[in-house]
Write a protein that binds this ligand. Structure first.
Ligand code: NAD
Ligand code: WQD
Length: 339
């Protein structure tokens, strides 16, 4: 297939481009590099041994995109582009609603105009809100605690309505749990700017000595050790999930959890990281973080049954590959304002 990957220079997009190329698909990336660098696309090409067509630009701008849709006859779009910082979305809600909603609407409209039948969308487990785990696709969604989460829930509803009105439009909504880790080559990975919001990049930076210690946000949750439990998923498993979703698409909207189905606590992850990588991760337990829930993990059976996809890599693989990337030449040069 000939696939447009928006946000393909970013963390999950770049890993998915590798999987797409390895599966024999052709890839066109559009990214405005607002949270990524052009060099990542070069790294994707060198891992896969195949070329990618790259356009720098904004996917909320229909005028810029029409030329790309006209020049390529796409079979499908995988739409990763968007802003994802939960805390920033509380301070700058319109920035998030504008980018994340306009990009989805613009791309879905262009798919109708240019007869592009397949659309795969990056959603998030955050749309489940405070439902009890395991989260299952048939659950009613609950309000999220932040505008970022709302943009995902709204984008899902927009795509459902557009698909309803346009028979033949095939939409796969993928709800990611907690993506972590990196490609095993160490050539691409997660390079957050500034102080990381997410656990794994914070842990790798503490292990590296960039930060003094990890703050563990709460040890008084109703969990096995009191710290928060999440369903961490290796980014290469997640990438492969997109190929399965794209290749198995059919008419209408299909929603899938992409998770392992297993929960891991913050303290268990820290312990696994220290053991696998033989490096200390000093930490201190502090108060809970606003907006966090105690437990969030997937029921991952629907993706297995309908797509034949299961996550193959475990928490040890995730910790090893995240640390391998942190120690690679790429990690530091890709990030800004790490101190
Ligand atoms: P990322 O920031 O690394 O990648 C997003 C990419 O989109 C970046 O390269 C950025 O430059 C680009 N981009 C943003 N707005 C754009 C625009 N208007 N036009 C063109 N390019 C634009 O993030 P990621 O972690 O790879 O996330 C990819 C998608 O998955 C996002 O939609 C995110 O909300 C979703 N998601 C991420 C997580 C996670 O924990 N990383 C979890 C659930 C869902
Ligand atoms: C994981 C666990 C924290 C940092 C977020 C978004 C979600 C999705 C994935 C995009 C929690 C604890 C964290 C730290 C800690 N993104 N923690 N110290 O909050 O589950 O999900 O990323 O869609 O929408 O909300 O991920 O990695 O921030 O936290 O103790 O310095 O680690 O409390 O229990 P989260 P996270």
């Amino acid at each position: 297939m000939n696939v447009l990957v928006t946000g393909g220079a970013g963390y999950i997009g770049s890993h998915t481009c590798v999987s797409l190329l390895k599966a024999g698909h052709d890839v066109v990336v559009v990214d405005n590099l607002s949270n990524s660098k052009r060099e990542t696309v070069d790294q994707v090409e060198s891992i896969a041994g195949k070329n990618v067509t790259f356009y720098e630009g904004d996917v909320t701008e229909a005028g810029f995109l029409v030329e790309i849709f006209a020049a390529h006859s796409f079979d499908g779009v995988i739409h990763f582009a968007g802003y994802k910082a939960v805390g920033e979305s509380v301070d700058l809600p319109s920035k998030y609603y504008r980018n994340n909603l306009l990009s989805t609407i613009t791309l879905a409209e262009l798919c109708q105009e240019y007869d592009v039948p397949k659309f795969v969308f990056s959603s998030s487990a955050t749309v489940y809100g405070e439902n009890a785990s395991p989260m299952i696709e048939s659950m009613d969604l609950l309000p999220t605690t932040n505008p970022y989460g709302e943009t995902k829930a709204m984008s899902e509803r927009i795509l459902i309505d557009i698909a309803k009105a346009n028979p033949g439009f095939e939409v796969s909504i993928l709800r990611y749990f907690n993506p972590v880790g990196a490609h095993e080559s160490g050539l691409i990975g997660e390079s957050p700017n500034g102080i990381p919001n997410n656990l794994m990049p914070y842990v790798t930076q503490v292990a590296k000595g960039i930060r003094e210690k990890l703050n563990v946000f709460g040890d008084d949750y109703d969990t096995l050790d009191g710290s928060g439990v999440r369903d961490y998923i290796h980014v290469m498993d997640l990438a492969d999930g997109h190929i399965a979703a794209l290749e198995n698409l059919s008419d209408g909207v299909h929603i899938y959890n992409l998770g392992t189905g297993r929960g891991t606590s913050v303290l268990q992850l820290v312990e696994a990281f220290q053991q696998v990588n033989d490096v200390p991760v000093p930490y201190e337990v502090v108060g809970r973080r606003a907006g966090d829930i105690a437990v969030c993990y997937a029921d991952a059976t629907k993706a297995e049954q309908e797509l034949g996809w299961v996550a193959k890599r475990g928490i040890q693989d995730m910790c090893r590959d995240a640390w391998n990337y942190e120690n690679s030449v790429g990690a530091e040069s890709m990030s800004q304002n790490r101190k």
